[in-house]
Each structure stands twice: as C-alpha cells, then as structure tokens.
Design a protein around this ligand. Sequence first.
Ligand code: PLP
Length: 463
Amino acid sequence: MTPEEFKKWGYRYVDWIADYLSHPERHAVLSRVKPGDIRKQLSQAPPEAPESFDSILQDLDRIIVPGLTHWNHPSFLAYFPTTGSEPGILGEMVTAALNVNAMLWRTAPAATELEEHVLNWLRQMIGLSDSFNGMICDTASMSTFHALAAARESVAGISGHSVRDDGICGPGSPVLRIYASEQAHSSVEKSAMALGIGRRGLAKIGTDSEFRMDVDALESAIAADLLKGVRPFAVVATVGTTSTTSIDPVARIAEVCEKYQLWLHVDAAYAGAAAILPEQRHILEGCDRADSFVVNPHKWLLTPMDLSAFYCRRPEMLRRAFSLTPEYLKTAEGDSVNNGMDYTLQLGRRFRALKFWMIVRHYGVEGLRAIIREHIRLARMFVSLVEKDSRFEVVAPSPFSTVCFRLKAGDAENQAMIDRVNATGKTFISHTNLNGKLTARLAIGNSRTSEEHVRAAWTVIAG
Ligand SMILES: *Cc1c(COP(=O)(O)O)cnc(C)c1O
C-alpha cells in the first residue's frame, strides 16, 4: 500500500468508524445471527488475487457488523460494558502503526517508561500507595494469574522449597491452598488449575447476607488446613464481585493474611475505577496492605479492549516466578531499567500504555470522574424504579453501577422476562444466580448510556 493509498483508505475507514460510533443503536444490541451464519457467508479458500479495500469494507458492513453483539450500543447493559472511546481508538491506531515490542527496555524505551508512568498516574487517581509497582497485562485473568504465580513462588522462602526450580511436585513440596470467597471471579479458579494448585486447592469461603467474604470463616478454614498439614499461601479478596459488585472487607482480610503470612491479592477489575471519585475512595480501604492488586481500565475507564493494570508490591517475586533470560536477550542496561519480559509469562508485549495516556489526557481525570459519577447515579435511579414496582425486588446492594434484581414470582418468570427483553434487540441485560435464584443483572458502563436508555430499559423490563 502506498502512502497515498494508505491515506485514502485511512480517511475512509476513520469516516466509517466515526459514523458507526455516532449511531451504534442502529444495530440490534444482541446479535441475531445463529451459529455458523457468519462462516457460511465467507469464501471457503483465501483469495489468490488481491482484493480492493472497497470490497472488504462492503463485507464489513454486510457480514461482520450484523454478526456482532454491539458493546458500543448505549443499551448494552449486560455483563460489565467495556467502553471504547475515540482517544483510545486513535491510540490503538498509533500502537499498531509503531508496532513496537516492549519485551525489553531497549526494544521500546518509551513504551516501557510510559507504561510505568501511566500506571503511576492511575495509581494516584485511585489513591493507592506508592509502594506498588505497576505493569500492564491484557486482562484481569492474566493479572490474577501472575499474582498467584508470584505468591506461589513466595512460599519457597518459607518452606525451603522452590517451585521455580523443583516444580510443584518437587522434593518437600507442600500441598498448597488459595482462599477466595464463593463470589470471586472464575479467573481465580482457572489460575489454580493452571498453576498446578488444582480446583480443590482453592477454598471457597462463604459470604454474608450482602455477598461479602465471611472473614471468620476464612480464618477457620486456614487454621483447619494448617492442622491438616496443608500450606495456605494466598487469599484473593474482591472489591466489586462479578455477580453483585459486593466489596469484601479487605482490611480485616489483610489482618488475617499478615497473621498467617499469606499473599493478599485484590481483584478490583471493575469497581477499582470508581475509586477515582473522592466519595468512593473508601472502597479501597485496606488495599494498601495487599501484595498485589488489579483494576481494568478496559472495564470502566474508557479504554478499548484490552488493558489490565496489575500492581504488585513485591516485584522481586514476579521476577523469581518469570525471569529467564536467554543469551540473545541479555542487554547492557542490566538492572538500571525494567525489562517487561522479566515479570511476565509472555515475551512480546504490546504498547498498550499509549492509548491510556491519550485517554487520560483527553478527558482529564475530572472528565473521567464525571462519567463514572453519572453511571452510579443512573444505577441508583434504576434501583428506585425497580423498588417502586411491587412485582420486582432488588436482590443485592448496588454500590456501583450494577443492579441485581428479579421478579418475585420465580425462575421461570425471570427467564421469560430476560429472554423477552433481549429478543427486542433494543436492550441487553444478563443474569446470575443468587441464593439459588435466577437473578437479572443490569450494568451501566458505557459513556453513551444516558438516562433515557436506562428508563427505556426499565419500560421494556417492566413490560
Ligand atoms: C471482569 C472481571 C474479571 C475478568 O476480567 P478479564 O479482564 O476479562 O479477565 C475478573 N474479576 C472481576 C472482579 C471482574 O469483574
């Protein structure tokens, strides 16, 4: 592609993006395609001859866009909406253009330093102490995986056994155990599977009536495991659980972790963003005592997929878990710089910091605060709409922008209601199960979602 052609198609595609983003509600929010519908429309074999960008654009409109569920739709109220934003999209474009690989400081000095810098900005924005070092992962699942790998490595110093060298089945290796509430995200259990701890190596601790970890139950479980000769090593606390956005009592959990010398990881993937609001700072109380912490700017901070901010106070444990430098990657800078590859499983690293830098500069922290504050206001408004209708009940506290509610009638009625709402193509909500009951879940996190969309969603839900 010549520079002239690139400009021509670049402008056309930017026009296309701007047009799409100005009216994402033109499309059904939940795609109506059936499995296999998309592949049926694509050519069986790859094209031998070059094709024009014009025909690619036509197929984008004809096949791909109708085959998507539109996360940009202002009435996408399922899961946790991930909001992209125009400055983030421009950042992604430049990242692709520069195409640097931030595996080592020297392979992308500005990418490495900007990553450290913007994670320091975000740390300040949410009021986390400066004892945390930040690095970018793709998703919270990977951030938690890295946290628990570092935690597993930290056991070595205590038992004299090294996972790094001996593996989990090495001589003297103890049976390891992780603790998290039964409301914790499935990525904790997946990490246990992948790290050789096993699903049975994760103890799921019960919760109180507001879905927060029962700290007494945590301490009893730890004590019982110690008696059995099992080696507890990590606790995952959640600020903003996935189903109800409940907040575990992190400060009390930190006390237990300090008493038993356990690694404390805090998963604040969604709700951590709310701490940029001074009136929400308290949600991270106790988090400064954690060993590691994750928040996802790609959830509620206008960052296009993907960018997870992973903070760790013991980066030397990450290094012990992951650094291994072959001869051809040794550099003269040595320890005077951070080489990203020393702290992660992967070698190659995308330049994700650029888009976040652009986003924070474009909106300013004040602009980001205004958006999150409005989402929380809209969720409270939705709660009051639900509470006024005696057929419905709100099932859990809604401290952020997510509301769990249900028809009092029963599971079948709730399933029918959710199916009916989602079939309209105008609003998309998701579900969870709380206390054994099917529960509808509405989450607000898209910068294009305004009061009219939330009221319209309620009109459809109330039928
Ligand atoms: C969304 C979420 C995750 C998983 O996030 P990914 O970035 O998709 O891996 C983990 N924990 C919590 C609390 C979440 O809300």
